[in-house]
Design a protein. Structure first.
Length: 658
């Protein structure tokens, strides 16, 4: 007997049997053409609840596993749920304060890095009550895995500057390292900036001094050394990063170049701050490099006169000006130089002048400061109040992590009390090359240089804001272009399957990802894979956003001097999308289309056919999104999410009933 379930809001009727249901009695109803988006969302959510209730009445043997379950920090763990179809609202709690939502797949994987020593209970939560749009309103634990992090956090690698860069002293530069993770108010951080010191080293290995920060995440600097009024000299250097807590340290692989400052001024030989009597006779020396014009401001040419702009030449100039100090109050003033360049940028330097005690400096973001929805394709205002600053730099934060600079070294007037910077978010977001930009996950960060040269002040939006409008188009993901020595960089992961079918994550990324066999197999290099005698080489790609994509490439024998060939397979989670046997000297091309959810894992697997000798395999796949979800009100459409969830629930239900 069929049970009739009626949704009166749109006159929709679903027939479903509460007992013995066959696949033939389940059908999707037609949707009224005049239904609103809100009504459609409610219909889909109610349908999902009915299907989830039907599924809940079926006994399933679910499995929640992890690999590895122990090891030194940072420990990279793969979690797998199988023999159960994850539903909308299901989630994994990693036991360290972080969670991830499950996908609608028969076999689902996710990855997590544990950065601190300890024992964690990771749990899979099955959603048992799903009413609202925002997630699960009630759940039960259906699987638990214990993760043991056995050693202190080990390992830190300089990622920039790492050889060949040319950075200008006095311009804001960002020194980065990996692994890096920082989440405010939690203990699960890996090499956070407040635990890491950065040093400048000469080519002979001696240390110039500690690099002073002007903002953390990882470390932003103008290359002040040992103090904010001490500057590095131009030349060739390395940087060394050192974690004070774990003892981990690393130096850049090759040297980089520090270029001279665009302009440098001194008052009576000092970078300041200096205390002078009003109308005191002083000498200002200057050095400029690479500019088209420069002016000096804040110096009196005669006692009691008003300070005015003094041209000090162009291009590369060394010189001096003699004049009289303008220091009428204890609060102080500044002598500063401003230079213009042919590319439209400016350079500047200042020396703080005190007639007594100093003054305070501050910066405060007033917009966006939390809750705003900015149109990514329209100009928006970044508003701020400030005091006692010579320049500011503005950055975009995402999930409380620094992502990119919006503008660097923006000169502000010494007496300025407020400011507005106009920007178009889409240009900045496209530069990130990331598509998971939905929701209130962004903040603005501003760091400002104190006019007296004694350091910096900074501020960040009090709460996150979001973007609305069309999502940026993702670039293609090509294996060789995205190859990295860091797991997860550019969405790529490097692993192998052992003889039991268990997935293992490579831990050695020095030049290639190597296995533990004496011959170094299995291994993965840029565009190249090689299986082991009993292990499959597995290259994985994790979808950054839901959408329709194509997977194209050619697999070919990389060593035709010997060998008996390999098997090449493309999998989406546990589903095989493509397979071919590559004979010695042979090749095969593939072009596969598939729909993915955010977090879906695509695996490229190379397996030995017999003897693994000479099984070097060239494979450089490219994954391209051909259709991505539309972002509405700062988030991926609820309707799209709900329809995807409904499709997954239907597939699971029909699979059980056949």
């Amino acid at each position: 007997m069929l049970k009739k379930v009626t949704f009166a809001s749109v006159g929709l009727i679903l027939l479903a049997s509460p007992l013995a249901i066959s696949a033939q009695t389940i059908s999707l109803p037609s949707v009224p053409s005049n239904a609103s988006i809100e009504q459609l969302q409610q219909i889909v959510l109610q349908l999902i609840q009915v299907l989830q209730q039907l599924l809940a009445n079926r006994h399933q043997q679910s499995s929640f596993s992890a690999s590895p379950t122990s090891g030194p920090a940072p420990l990279y763990v793969v979690f797998t749920v199988s023999n159960y179809a994850p539903q909308v609202g299901d989630f994994v709690d990693f036991g360290d304060g972080s969670q991830v939502a499950a996908g609608n797949l028969s076999m689902w994987q996710t990855f997590h890095t544990y950065g601190q020593v300890g024992t964690y209970r990771a749990q899979y939560h099955k959603c048992t009550l799903h009413i609202s749009e925002k997630g699960c309103d009630g759940s039960q634990v259906i699987g638990t895995v214990t993760i043991t992090v056995t050693g202190e956090g080990s390992g830190i690698t300089v990622t920039a500057p790492n050889g060949g860069e040319q950075w200008e002293i006095g311009q804001l530069n960002t020194i980065t390292w990996a692994p890096y993770s920082y989440t405010p108010y939690t203990a699960t951080n890996v090499n956070p900036a407040n635990e890491v010191n950065v040093f400048l080293e000469r080519l002979d290995g001696s240390t110039v001094g500690q690099i002073m920060d002007t903002g953390k995440a990882s470390l932003h600097t103008y290359f002040n050394i040992g103090g904010y009024n001490n500057w590095a000299e131009s030349g060739q250097y390395y940087v060394r990063v050192s974690n004070r807590v774990t003892g981990a340290t690393d130096r850049s692989d090759a040297s980089f170049t520090l270029l001279p400052r665009g302009v440098d001024i001194k008052v009576n030989g000092s970078d300041g701050p200096v205390t002078l009597a009003d109308n005191q006779l002083i000498t200002v020396t200057y050095r400029t490099v690479g500019n088209t014009s420069c002016t000096l401001q804040g110096l009196r040419t005669t006692p009691n006169s008003e300070p005015h702009a003094i041209p000090i030449g162009a291009a590369s100039t060394n010189g001096s000006e003699t004049g009289y100090a303008y220091a009428p109050t204890a609060g102080g003033t500044a002598i500063y130089a401003t230079c213009n360049r042919s590319d439209g940028t400016t350079r500047g330097d200042s020396v703080q002048i005190y007639g007594g005690t100093g003054t305070s400096a501050s910066i405060k973001i007033t917009n966006p400061n939390g809750g705003e929805q900015l149109d990514r394709d329209k100009q928006s205002e970044i508003r701020y109040s400030l005091k006692g600053l010579s320049s500011i730099s503005i950055a975009l934060y995402k999930n409380d992590q620094w992502k990119t600079w919006i503008v660097k070294d923006l000169s502000v007037g010494y007496n300025a009390e407020s400011g507005i910077y106009m920007w178009t978010p889409s240009s900045v977001l496209q530069g990130l090359g990331e598509a998971d930009n939905a929701g209130s996950i962004f903040k603005i960060y501003i760091t400002g240089q104190k006019a007296d040269g004694t350091g910096y002040v900074d501020d960040k939006s009090d709460a996150p804001f979001s973007f609305i409008g069309s999502a940026p188009t993702l670039p293609p993901f090509t294996f060789s272009a995205g190859f990295s020595q860091t797991q997860g960089a550019n969405q790529w992961y490097y692993a192998y399957e052992d003889s039991s079918g268990s997935l293992n994550i490579f831990r050695d990324g020095s030049g290639s990802w190597n296995g533990l066999n004496p011959d170094g197999t299995p291994f993965i290099r840029s565009g190249v894979m090689h299986p082991g005698p009993q292990e499959n080489a597995v290259l994985q790609w994790k979808a950054p956003v839901s959408g329709l994509l194509t997977i194209k490439g050619t697999v070919s024998d990389g060593d035709n001097s010997c060998g008996d060939g390999v098997s090449a397979t493309i999998r989406q989670e546990s589903t095989k999308l493509w397979n071919a046997q590559i004979a010695e000297g042979g090749s095969a091309s593939h072009s596969v289309s598939s729909a993915v959810d955010h977090g879906t894992v695509i695996s490229f697997v190379v397996s030995p056919l017999g003897n693994h000798g000479c099984d070097t395999t060239n494979w450089d796949p490219t994954i391209t999104y051909v259709q991505q979800p539309v972002v509405q009100d700062g988030r991926v459409s609820n309707l799209a999410n709900a329809l995807s969830a409904l499709e997954g629930a239907l597939k699971s239900l029909l699979g059980l009933l056949d």
